[in-house]
Design a protein around this ligand. Structure first.
Ligand code: GTP
Ligand code: MG
Length: 373
């Protein structure tokens, strides 16, 4: 409701109507009666006068679904930890894919599934400690940018790959800026340490010149010397990530309604699939998800090894099938209670988008007319 009567607002503010009417007149409103209608803006201003924080339209009232509100720090601390989500960034040819491939191969070899890895935009690595790390792959990178543009952070940690024989380059600097703008902590992987021309100290000094203060120079950014080629230092990199994630202390509620991000959407022979990074809740076969203007009742969940899994918890990526339309990377995926609700929400959002588009078109037409006049 975008309007409220004076009598109703008085009751919300727990005031006698007569007193409230008097107050409104003091504030400059004229001819106020009990059934006088206030618009949302005025009602909000008046509510603020009485130290109320007005919510013009409560989330969910418009028939859409929204993520659950943030928990209080005390409630959050009671939740179990979730795996950290890590994005690898760095300059062209500095070895991002080589490092990811090394980690992925050794992790797939270490799991029961074996076989060929599939690129689903993300994969999770079990550590010796039993903890897990989730890596976003290069396609996940695009989603990272989309979500950043929307003010949402999908990644908890950025691993900045810098080749020890090339040091800091333009895209290294860009990656630093992205991570800093998103307030995401950086761990530096100084790569190609197997090469004769490797100068890790030069890399550390160059990083300092670009606002990344490494531990060796009194800062708090961890650096790890690695080789994506030989695998040297990769366990140390995983350890550094695990340490950082303990400091960050990310938690999630496995019992909550499912919330996640679409990292990638593709169309396969089997239909339209999406890689979803679960942020909260546990996604199971048969669950219903809405993402943007499309939805699915999940038939099968597959992990990065292509193996079917029954359920997947917070911080973990999974391939989800059965989408009506192909989901778009960067969209939020939220659990609906029924197929009917999911379909309604998808329709509602489509209508909203169409209305927005219409408004934009009108704007463009008016602009053209103005220019012509
Ligand atoms: P883009 O995706 O194009 O940005 O590159 P990238 O950062 O993913 O680099 P990629 O992993 O493709 O590696 C580039 C080249 O460096 C390849 O020829 C790799 O074999 C080589 N390379 C990567 N890591 C190492 C390393 O640790 N040591 C050596 N000697 N070569 C490496
Ligand atoms: Mg690459």
């Amino acid at each position: 409701p975008e309007y409220i009567s004076v009598a109703n607002l008085a009751s919300v503010l727990k005031m006698r109507v007569e007193d409230f009417v008097k107050k409104l007149e003091d504030l400059g409103f004229e001819d106020v009666q009990n059934d006088h209608i206030l618009n949302a803006e005025h009602a909000g201003l008046i509510a603020q006068e009485y130290n109320f924080e007005p919510i013009i339209q409560a989330k969910g009232e418009d028939g859409d679904i929204y993520a659950a509100p943030a928990r209080s720090p005390e409630d959050y601390a009671k939740l179990p930890p979730r795996p950290p989500v890590v994005t690898i960034m760095g300059h062209v040819d500095h070895g991002k894919t080589t490092i990811l491939d090394y980690i992925r191969k050794s992790s797939v070899a270490a799991t029961e599934f074996g076989g060929i890895t599939q690129h689903i935009g993300a994969f999770s690595v079990p550590l010796v400690s039993g903890k897990k790390i989730t890596f976003l792959d290069t396609p996940g990178h695009a989603a990272f940018e989309t979500m950043r543009a929307r003010g949402a952070n999908v990644t908890d940690i950025v691993v900045l790959v810098v080749a020890a024989d090339d040091s800091v380059m333009p895209q290294t600097i860009e990656a630093i800026k992205h991570a800093q703008a998103a307030k995401v902590p950086i761990i530096v992987a100084i790569n190609k340490i197997d090469k004769e021309q490797a100068h890790p100290d030069r890399v550390k000094q160059d990083l300092g010149r670009h606002g990344v203060e490494v531990e060796e120079y009194g800062g708090d950014v961890q650096t790890v010397l690695v080789s994506g080629k030989t695998g040297q230092g990769i366990p140390d990199l995983e350890e550094a990530i695990s340490l950082q994630s303990e400091v960050l202390d990310h938690r999630a509620d496995p019992e909550a309604n499912v919330e996640g991000w679409v990292l990638e959407g593709t169309t396969k022979k089997s239909g339209k699939v999406a890689t979803v990074l679960v942020r909260n809740g546990t996604l199971r076969q048969g669950d219903i998800l809405v993402a943007g203007t499309t939805w699915t009742r999940v038939r099968a969940l597959r992990n990065e090894a292509g193996a079917a899994v029954k359920e997947i918890g917070p911080g973990m990526p999974v391939e989800v099938d059965g989408w009506r339309e192909q989901p778009i990377a960067g969209d939020e995926a939220l659990q609906a209670s029924s197929e009917q609700q999911a379909a309604q929400i998808a329709d509602l959002r489509t209508e909203k988008l169409e209305r927005l588009q219409m408004a934009k078109d009108m704007e463009a037409i008016n602009e053209t007319r103005r220019l012509e006049a």
